[in-house]
Design a protein around this ligand. Structure first.
Ligand SMILES: NC(=O)c1ccc[n+]([C@@H]2O[C@H](COP(=O)([O-])OP(=O)(O)OC[C@H]3O[C@@H](n4cnc5c(N)ncnc54)[C@H](OP(=O)(O)O)[C@@H]3O)[C@@H](O)[C@H]2O)c1
Length: 327
């Protein structure tokens, strides 16, 4: 895409990667910007020195709210004519083993990281098709190509985003619309502090007797440490996104940190079973996982089994195969 001014819409633009991208776009490009944030976060734009101007629109948007999604895209189109580039950046991460996730947590995670971005894409696509141009850039994660323990629903949301984006990549190519996935791995940023816990994962992380306590005890500081020593920063990722916006033929997947690049290769070239074995053996403190009793200490004793009311069913596996005719 030429560096002539186009309209770029960035979601979740008041913190972290979104804010860094807003800064880069303002500083280094002539583009018109539609920067969105949840209504409660809008004042943070002023704190970051970003204000409404001829080329900047600040728009309230909770990506999980259908009416706000429609209003935000309508506001962008009313102000600048159309959205040329949509950057779906807003995202949240829940830290929880799968057993500690409620249906509500799961749906919230999917709403922000998957449903919101896909629905926003659906809203801007008709105009992009009509004008036979446009870019959709979805911020995924290394968690969208590999899943780590305690990050199950985060990975599920990013895997879903990757799947939908990959389909879209083929679907809208005939209209000259380019679709990309940005894949950051560990980034030196404060976003770890925004990680959400579920009610059960929070309880377990505090309770040394909980069956999953060791998972959190080892994984949380491990991830925090990797983020602290990471060389990538929100600004270095923002630079890669700007470069992706300006590429004539942007690739579908853009790994933007060393670990994302490395894991991409490991997953592609190592035999799957060896890859999973290696990853499992490398998990911090994994030998101590599962040492705590599987049931809470205060659980009532198990009731004695009630006598069977009919003879136990023999499963096919229990059949004595020696009696079967040989082929
Ligand atoms: N940092 C990393 O290490 C890393 C690694 C891989 C992928 N990523 C991905 O990069 C993207 C940006 O993450 P980040 O590191 O910059 O995280 P961050 O600092 O926590 O920022 C996330 C942004 O998303 C916004 N957001 C959350 N829920 C929202 C909702 N319902 N509607 C609208 N906006 C919402 C937040 O707004 P509020 O301020 O209003 O909450 C915030 O502006 C995410 O998609 C994330 O998954 C980050």
């Amino acid at each position: 895409m030429a560096r002539t001014p186009v309209t770029v819409m960035v979601t979740g633009a008041t913190t972290g990667l979104g804010r860094a991208l807003a800064g880069r776009l303002l500083r280094d490009t002539p583009h018109r910007l539609v920067l969105t944030a949840r209504a409660s976060s809008l004042p943070r734009f002023a704190e970051a020195g970003i204000a409404e101007s001829e080329r900047v629109a600040l728009v309230p948007l909770d990506v999980t709210r259908p009416a706000q999604r429609r209003a935000a895209v309508a506001a962008a189109e009313a102000r600048f004519g159309a959205v040329d580039v949509l950057v779906n950046n807003a995202g949240v991460a829940y830290r929880s083993v799968l057993e500690h996730v409620s249906e509500r947590d799961f749906l919230d995670q999917m709403d922000v990281n998957y449903v919101g971005p896909v629905e926003l894409a659906r809203l801007v696509l008709p105009k992009m098709r009509a004008r036979r141009q446009g870019r959709i850039i979805n911020v995924s994660s290394v968690g969208g190509m590999m899943a780590m323990p305690t990050m199950a629903i985060y990975s599920a949301s990013k895997f879903a985003l990757e799947g939908a984006t990959e389909s879209l990549y083929y679907e809208v190519r005939p209209w000259g619309i380019h679709v990309s996935l940005i894949q950051p791995g560990f980034v030196h940023s404060e976003s770890f502090e925004h990680t959400r816990l579920t009610a059960s994962s929070e309880r377990s992380a505090d309770d040394v007797d909980d069956a999953y306590h060791a998972h959190y005890e080892h994984m949380s500081p491990f991830i925090a440490r990797l983020m602290r020593v990471a060389r990538a920063t929100p600004d270095s990722i923002a630079r890669r996104i700007v470069r992706t916006i300006h590429r004539r033929r942007p690739p579908l997947r853009v790994p933007v940190t060393i670990d994302a690049w490395l894991f991409g290769y490991l997953r592609r070239f190592l035999p799957r079973s060896f890859y999973h074995w290696l990853l499992y053996r490398s998990l911090p403190g994994v030998r101590r996982w599962g040492e705590t009793p599987a049931l809470p200490a205060a659980a009532p004793p198990l009731a004695p089994p009630s006598p069977p009311t009919r003879p136990p069913h023999r499963t096919p596996l229990a059949v004595d195969t020696r009696s079967l005719p040989r082929p």
